[in-house]
Ligand binder design. Structure first.
Ligand code: GDP
Ligand code: MN
Length: 385
């Protein structure tokens, strides 16, 4: 789960990291009296996407009297007069630094990312330095790396600051903890002016489910009704603008199929994945949702891929045929099959293809052949590369 800035900063504050003081303004809230005394003010939209600064969703007030007008401008830019906004004391920034802790998937460990210039253009910087972290990481081991990027006294303070972050990431089960900008004030203090935090949902059971209500509400609001239905049925659905109702499980297979369809001039209308890496079988639920998507006029075909290692292919094919026979399909169905040794004891993949073929369903053991057949059926042409 991605946390809204205000929740990310609450998490940082809990661990003793300095963040600006702030107050959440909900629709209907008046001007907060306590903020009048602050040195300056920044008003920030709380949305789950980045790049707010560039979209005019982070605004510095020249004067506290501008609050109501700035509020109107941000909520108008969001197209949502009810949107909650974060009002913060403006930090005077002498230098912006980019700092992040994330999981290096290849090494299966945490790493620190640092850039000497933080702020809105950091994605385009070439100066992003990656420092691997392990149990032996301390401020002393980080200092030599940081001293290559910063003056010595700043490097020393940053090393002490950064050395505390891996422990926060581990204790809170974070996939990403990004602070951009980390402000260096004219007095040399380090203040986290923004926080992008992604929690590992698989570890959600270790944490308070009531935590981060603002992020949860924003996430809920950003979902389509069908995405909510899917979540309640036990799998993740992301709806995309497209013409193929794609039924997969596992993120890798889903991404591969979206790319293969795109290579052949088609666009998947959805992405499906298991929730929390759940081993639960949700084929029936995923097919039910795919049928709803396939009813839409722009959808040209249903593509269903099944990958079996130990579950029985014979039972899967039976269930699929029962689903097809229960109700006429709104669009033609194409099936891809990959089945390992244990799955094919009662029925081989070739027999499954033949059995589906006899029922008038095109089936394939090669995903590329599958996608080519779909392209031909829907009259799509491959992109020349
Ligand atoms: P993002 O664009 O969604 O990443 O939003 P940020 O919270 O990072 O804000 C965008 C930019 O606004 C930052 O890179 C800063 O330059 C600036 N900014 C944010 N908070 C403050 C603040 O307290 N003081 C000052 N001077 N600038 C700020
Ligand atoms: Mn930022």
């Amino acid at each position: 789960m991605r946390l809204a800035e205000i929740d990310g900063k609450a998490l940082l504050r809990r661990h003793g990291v300095a963040v600006p003081r702030g107050v959440l303004l909900r629709a209907g809230d008046g001007t907060p009296a306590e903020a009048a005394q602050w040195g300056g003010h920044v008003l920030k939209a709380q949305v789950l996407e980045g790049g707010r600064g560039k979209r005019g969703l982070v605004r510095r007030l020249a004067n506290f009297d501008e609050l109501a007008e700035t509020r109107r401008r941000i909520t108008a830019a969001l197209g949502d007069p009810q949107a909650p906004l974060l009002l913060e004391e403006a930090v005077t920034i002498a230098r912006e630094i980019y700092l992040a802790i994330r999981i290096d998937g290849t090494r299966q460990g945490l790493e620190l990312l640092v850039a000497g210039e933080g702020g809105e253009e950091v994605e385009t910087t070439k100066e992003l330095v990656r420092i691997p972290l392990d149990g032996a990481t301390t401020a002393d081991t980080l200092y030599p790396e940081l001293a290559k990027l910063f003056p010595r006294d700043l490097a020393a303070r940053l090393a002490r600051f950064a050395a505390r972050l891996p422990d926060i990431a581990r204790r809170e089960d974070l996939e990403l903890l990004e602070i951009n900008p980390l402000a260096v004030t004219p007095q040399g203090r380090l203040v986290a002016c923004d926080a992008k935090v992604i929690c590992d949902d698989s570890a959600g059971f270790r944490h308070d489910p009531e935590d981060f209500p603002i992020s949860r509400a924003l996430e809920e609001r950003a979902m389509t009704p069908l995405e909510r239905t899917a979540r309640d049925l036990g799998f993740q659905l992301v709806e995309i603008e497209g013409d193929i109702a794609l039924v997969t499980s596992g993120a890798g297979l889903g991404m591969m199929m979206i790319d293969l369809l795109a290579d052949n001039g088609m666009r998947a209308a959805c992405f499906m994945d298991n929730l929390r890496g759940a081993p639960d079988e949700t084929m029936a639920e995923r097919l039910r949702v795919a049928r709803i998507i396939a009813e839409r006029p722009q959808i040209k075909a249903i593509v269903f891929l099944t990958v079996l290692s130990s579950r029985s292919l014979a039972e899967r094919i039976e269930a699929l045929l029962a689903w097809v026979e229960a109700q006429p399909l709104p669009k033609p169905l194409f099936v891809g099959i990959a089945a390992g040794h244990a799955a094919t004891r009662k029925m081989s993949a070739e027999d499954a293809v033949a059995k589906l073929g006899a029922a008038g369903i095109a089936a394939f053991t090669d995903p590329i052949a599958l996608v080519r057949a779909v392209a031909q059926a829907v009259g799509s042409r491959a992109h020349s590369s």
